[in-house]
Design a protein around this ligand. Structure first.
Ligand code: MRU
Length: 339
């Protein structure tokens, strides 16, 4: 399956260039394919905050390279680590990658050793995605339609993707014959990024309005909803892009299965349940405008939480590179992730 799935895997959006980090600027896709060069760790922080790089694993990997830049430039490391950590609150991959780099700093690693560690983090993510692709695709009956939300592909990871990796592997293996992608208001990760990846890799896909999801599920056209995650708590509750929770509710109502795909770097066993996850609130301007043009009356206010928590009870399977956890509970999570 690996060779077949490699055909659907052509994008590398996070690239280390020895003395700077090159990012495919996700704010501009699909209209422009422009690269952003981050030459110090502060530029990496801006790229994470402004969503030039986004998606939980990609944020963690970019932050690890930010630490390397800080070390190369002899920046105060404690300050660099703290500032990088504060860039975004919900995706635990950010904290996970920084803790890993911090442990190496504490062990006396120099800039060259930190560079090797960041590369290992990036390479491990790609290997995890390929393995999860095979594990997740094996759960899907041949000829199925599936739905996904947000962007969980090569753009959001070191390559291949998490939920989109399962979709890539499932298409390659003939298990998935059609993909529906929700547009993912307000930032439109599904419309702008997932559709860009799917079209580019020749995967049969249709965009739907977020509000068409229940109608789609009722039609019987999809057997699985497949999503990524930003943080999975110890009991299996899963934070992911806003709108994921309502998809899980609709999926259960319609007998559609619900799969979460994420590497172990997204699992946070120190967080007991989803109630303890910090949900990022972003600028209301993201809701009040479309493509930089104001669409809502002046004076209007908006509430813009960009993640929500899907309770474990609505999840049929969590797929990680360590294995598949069906109907997750604290006990089942501990069996795989106990320290
Ligand atoms: O705000 P974003 O675009 O960083 O949110 C991304 C998501 O919610 C993804 O679904 C999640 O990070 C998984 S990416 C493999």
């Amino acid at each position: 399956m690996t060779n077949l799935s490699s055909a659907h895997d052509t994008i590398r959006a996070v690239q280390w260039r020895g003395d700077h980090l090159r990012l495919l600027d996700q704010r501009l896709l699909p209209a422009e394919e422009q690269w952003l060069d981050c030459r110090d760790y502060v530029a990496v922080i801006h790229a994470i905050k402004d969503l030039a790089v986004r998606g939980a694993p990609a944020i963690g990997i970019a932050a690890a390279w930010g630490v390397v830049l800080a070390a190369q430039q002899s920046a105060p490391m404690d300050q660099a680590l703290a500032e990088l950590r504060a860039a975004r609150p919900t995706a635990v991959n950010l904290m996970w990658a920084l803790d890993r780099m911090k442990a190496h700093i504490a062990a006396g690693a120099d800039a060259a050793a930190l560079e090797r560690e960041a590369q290992i983090i990036q390479d491990e993510d790609l290997a995890a995605n390929r393995h999860m692709g095979e594990l997740g695709a094996a759960l899907i009956l041949p000829g199925s339609g599936v739905m996904t939300h947000c962007n969980t592909g090569s753009l959001a990871t070191s390559g291949y993707g998490t939920a989109l990796g399962v979709i890539r592997a499932g298409v390659a293996a003939g298990r998935i014959d059609h993909v529906y992608a929700g547009e993912t208001r307000p930032w439109q990760q599904g419309a702008r990024l997932t559709m860009w990846e799917l079209v580019r890799d020749g995967i049969p896909a249709k965009l739907i309005a977020d509000s068409a999801a229940s109608h789609l599920m009722k039609s019987g056209a999809v057997k699985w909803v497949i999503v990524g995650a930003d943080r999975i708590a110890a009991n299996g509750d899963t934070a992911n892009k806003i709108g994921t929770y309502q998809l899980a509710i609709a999926a259960r109502h319609h007998g559609v299965k619900f799969m979460v795909v994420a590497p172990s770097s997204t699992v946070d066993m120190a967080t007991v349940s989803g109630d303890d996850i910090d949900i990022e609130l972003r600028d209301a301007a993201e809701l009040l405008s479309v493509a930089g043009r104001r669409t809502v009356v002046e004076g209007a206010q908006a509430w813009n939480p960009v993640f929500d928590v899907t309770p474990a009870s609505l999840i049929d399977a969590i797929v990680t590179e360590r294995g598949v956890i069906e109907h997750p509970t604290t006990e089942r999570m501990k069996a795989v992730f106990a320290a």
